[in-house]
Design a protein around this ligand. Sequence first.
Ligand SMILES: NC(=O)c1ccc[n+]([C@@H]2O[C@H](COP(=O)([O-])OP(=O)(O)OC[C@H]3O[C@@H](n4cnc5c(N)ncnc54)[C@H](OP(=O)(O)O)[C@@H]3O)[C@@H](O)[C@H]2O)c1
Length: 296
Amino acid sequence: MAKALVLGGATGLLGQALTRVLTERGWQVETLGRADGNLLEMPFLEERLAKADADAVFNAVAWTQVDDAEDHPEDALLMNRTLPDALARVLKALGRGHLVHFSTDFVFSGPHQTPWREDEAPHPAGVYGRTKLAGEEAVLRVLPERSCVMRTAWLFGPGRKNFVDTILAACRKRDAISVVHDQFGSPTYSLDLAQWSVSLAEKRATGIWHAVNSGQASWCELACEAIALTAGPCRLEPIASSQWPQKAQRPVYSVLDNSKLSEFLGKKPRPWPQALRDFLFSEYVSCAHADKEGTH
Ligand SMILES: NC(=O)c1ccc[n+]([C@@H]2O[C@H](COP(=O)([O-])OP(=O)(O)OC[C@H]3O[C@@H](n4cnc5c(N)ncnc54)[C@H](OP(=O)(O)O)[C@@H]3O)[C@@H](O)[C@H]2O)c1
């Protein structure tokens, strides 16, 4: 049985999806996270990686608070560059274990008309994107023959609060909500991403991969679809980014081209609205139905 170590596998949005999918696909899975010790202490990391003796190590730990990163660049750098760099070095020294590291569409910024490909030059606009890019570069520099970087975007899924949950929660409290309609990206289901990641790990894939569901949306379109699918009564007001000021600058267009992944999988990743339906029906609609039945 193949063995996996998932950093962030007990608590992270993607980490939990990876743990679930790996287990379903017959892997023996161990998780590693904050509760186990300080991941930045080299002796601790070395000991845990050696003990795990994993065929694949999935790094889903990161500093993911985009706005806070602007105020804490050093802390963001520790999680987003120092940790993946250390993981790659330890695995290199061990001589075993494929590293699957996760990155972000925020490595891109600026105007663009077509989805970003893996071979296009990144240009992050903020601290989060810059530290994530530094992490990618470190992994691929230290362990090029046994690592891959999965750039993903706009994740939704079970296990940890995400944009879709936030919108639906706001919708339950208010008659109308305002959502940004001039930033475009690639909404992606964490469980789909986990499936592709495990497939790539099983083939020992290397290099950079854009791993997103097909299609694109603005935040407002994603919110609109989620509200429609859950039959929410809320009214949506599309607004410009300038009407929703945030500390960190967001890319206006960060849609990722998933052609390389499609070729690897032998089919295009399913469209994001279809994946969103799966998520919402398992998390929201079936729960609402169960609640109703419980009150009878
Ligand atoms: N979510 C998205 O929309 C999105 C988009 C593009 C790329 N990504 C990338 O996808 C990957 C996974 O993201 P995610 O959304 O699953 O993130 P998440 O839900 O915020 O989970 C982050 C994980 O990192 C852990 N972590 C953070 N700081 C830590 C520390 N100091 N010590 C130990 N553990 C720490 C968290 O542990 P605790 O639970 O203990 O805090 C959690 O397990 C990241 O590389 C991220 O950059 C995500």
